[in-house]
Design a binder for this molecule. Structure first.
Ligand SMILES: N=CN[C@@H](CCC(=O)O)C(=O)O
Ligand SMILES: [Zn+2]
Length: 411
């Protein structure tokens, strides 16, 4: 099957040579071709270039993209889209003045979602979660990392990971699974942290590994959640099963967690609303990518990740949605990109790099996703007619996507 997209007004993120990520000043450069064509063969990008160089081709379908922008589908490297129910009550509690921490201390927060999840059948969780996946695909997400972490029991965690596995089988979006048993301490382990970590290490991990249910391992490294030492034990245990860490860290406090994650070769460190100079030093020269989650900052009114400071230090930065029922009930990556521009003062070039190629790196798929490169998977967004791609973050509340192509097929 061959599809030719012709007369593309702006074809963004064109990379002839494959790159793993963009960092520092390079984040401000977004290669593009004006008046371009792109050829898809089966599920891959077969060719692209300027319209004047477009060869005469026999194709099965031609799409005229006059006036439209084409770019790689979003790579959302941090989500929790598998969950049961919602936390609307907590949303209203926060409006009335309670903080995220106060709600969690009253038994709300992650434990509230864990209770609901353990009371809900695997089939029901799948049905609820697939609606969210379908929505984000329509919003242009072509690759997504999904975490467990609302089970907090052996059965609950495995149930979540099986749902993620089923979504990966049923849908064209590329899905990576992360085991987040260390999301919070269940109430019965409040005074027995070692007991819960023993459960993760001795019971959850062997079962998850035996069923090949996860690609990565995560923990909520935060004051009141998992300490640096506890997280280190979890990262070490995951490593024995080939699970690379992707860690929630520095959301509310900086407790030297980033250094520990880097030392354990974490693929990514995520949140980073609070970042010290030491944290930045620890990331320099490492293979660990920082991931910012601006929709979370927006929704629960916490600081935004200091993107400029990090890019000025030469670091790469990825953007992800954090779609979850508590802190970010939205997986809209268009909003993420716009919010990064508006609130974090990232340029559109930086934000699009962060949500495509760097997002792909943060989920270990930058060799096959995240840029317009020959041989990569044809996951594409075709916009409505636009003045320029700057309109994407500028009209932050509008749906400017006309169609989405995943694995070479129109949704
Ligand atoms: N902070 C930790 N985990 C999620 C929120 C979990 C929840 O409140 O349900 C996050 O990334 O924001
Ligand atoms: Zn998260």
């Amino acid at each position: 099957m061959k599809i030719l997209i012709k007369n593309i007004k702006e074809l963004l993120q064109t990379r002839t040579e494959p790159i793993k990520w963009v960092a520092g000043k390079e984040m401000g450069i977004l290669p593009k071709i004006d008046q371009a064509y792109l050829l898809i063969e089966d599920d891959r990008i077969a060719d692209f270039g300027a319209m004047e160089d477009c060869p005469t081709l026999e194709v099965d379908e031609t799409i005229d993209a006059s006036g439209k922008v084409v770019l790689p589908a979003w790579c959302d490297s941090h989500t929790h889209i598998v969950y049961a129910g919602n936390r609307i009550r907590e949303f209203v509690d926060r409006i009335n003045g309670l903080s995220y921490e106060e709600i969690a201390n009253r038994g709300g927060g992650i434990l509230n979602s864990a209770k609901k999840l353990n009371e809900t059948s695997e089939e029901e969780i799948y049905q609820e979660s697939k609606v969210r996946l379908e929505e984000i695909m329509r919003q242009g997400t072509g690759a997504v990392e999904i975490k467990s972490g609302y089970g907090l029991t052996v059965e609950g965690e495995i149930k979540m990971l099986r749902v993620i596995q089923r979504l990966a089988k049923e849908y064209p979006a590329k899905i990576k699974a992360t085991f987040l048993g260390a999301h919070a301490f269940p109430s019965e382990f409040k005074e027995n942290h070692t007991g819960y970590i023993d459960l993760i290490v001795n019971e959850m991990l062997p079962k998850i590994a035996a069923e090949h249910l996860a690609d990565y391992i995560d923990a909520f490294l935060e004051t009141g959640y998992f300490s640096v030492e506890e997280t280190e034990r979890i990262m070490e245990a995951g490593k024995k099963y080939g699970l690379v860490p992707k860690i929630h860290v520095n959301q509310f406090t900086a407790i030297n967690g980033i250094k520990a994650c880097v030392a354990h070769n974490a693929l990514s460190v995520d949140h980073l609303e609070i970042v010290t100079d030491e944290d930045i030093e620890a990331l320099k020269g490492s293979k660990t990518i920082p991931v910012a989650l601006p929709s979370c900052s927006y929704f629960i009114s916490i600081p935004y990740t200091p993107a400029r400071k990090m890019m000025n230090a030469g670091l790469p930065l990825a953007l992800a949605s954090d779609f979850n029922p508590g802190t970010t009930p939205s997986g809209n990556m268009n909003f993420v990109v716009a919010t990064a521009c508006i609130k974090m003062k990232m340029t559109p070039e930086e934000a699009i790099n962060a949500a495509t190629i760097n997002g792909a790196y943060a989920m270990g798929i930058s060799d096959s996703h995240g840029s317009i490169t020959k041989g990569k998977i044809a996951n594409l967004i075709i916009t409505k007619p636009l003045v320029s791609y700057y309109q994407l973050p500028y009209e932050f509340g509008s749906n400017l996507i006309e169609s989405v192509i995943l694995n070479g097929k129109l949704l």
